[in-house]
Design a protein around this ligand. Structure first.
Ligand code: MG
Length: 214
């Protein structure tokens, strides 16, 4: 079975402020289909005719056991592995949809919108609440975050999701992005790094370039 991809929005205060979102305390949840995933090193194809495409560097959690309606104090051992990933976002389209009170899927759940790096198994040895990570585009630092800055911790996110879905082994959670999001263009190279997780890199191409590549 394909993994389900849960995504958390507005989980870092500085990112909420840079986009001018309300700080209302709600945990924002949306989903992407598994067909959005792109493995590390593969070309990521982005639309070139739908406004800006923003990188959102995020820590990604892979679930290792069934979780149903559990409190945050019991969910840490449901984490099987961690990775770095991108929640690519059609920002202009998202703003338009958001302002119109419409769902975000067109701006968030398009093909190739969830590049995913290699997994590092999690055995409880690294604190889930002190993982730093960064995003470089063409070698330039764009985003730097630490899971200690999250409004909703990983344990709490799993608990919240488990009230609406029985989480299953293999499910993925993109846990939100720190400040510094910005536009990508064909020809860019995005790299995600962390001192405790495996790094990942993706070249960005436009739809037209991908078609020419065949
Ligand atoms: Mg995001």
């Amino acid at each position: 079975m394909d993994p389900r991809i849960f995504c958390i929005g507005r989980n870092y205060v500085e990112h909420i402020r840079e986009l001018g979102h309300p700080e209302d305390g709600d945990c924002v949840v949306f989903m992407k289909p598994a067909t959005c995933l792109v493995p590390p090193g593969s070309a990521v194809s982005i639309p070139t005719d739908r406004g800006s495409v923003h990188h959102e560097a995020e820590l990604v959690v892979r679930i290792g056991r069934a979780v149903r309606d559990e409190p945050p104090t019991e969910t840490a051992d449901a984490v099987d592995a961690l990775a770095l990933g991108l929640d690519l976002t059609l920002r202009d389209e998202q703003t338009r949809l958001r302002d119109g009170g419409k769902p975000w899927e067109l701006a968030k759940a398009f093909d190739h919108s969830a590049p995913l790096g290699p997994f590092t198994p999690w055995r409880g040895d690294v604190s889930l609440n002190a993982i730093e990570f960064s995003c470089h585009v063409n070698g330039e630092l764009r985003q730097q975050g630490n899971t200690c800055q999250m409004l909703f911790s990983i344990e709490r996110i799993i608990s919240i999701l488990s009230r609406s879905w029985q989480l299953l082994p293999g499910d993925l959670i993109y846990t939100g992005t720190p400040a510094g999001v910005g536009a990508l263009r064909p020809g860019d190279v995005v790299e995600l790094d962390s001192s405790v997780l495996q790094s990942a890199q993706w070249p960005i191409v436009g739809y037209d370039a991908l078609q020419k590549l065949g």
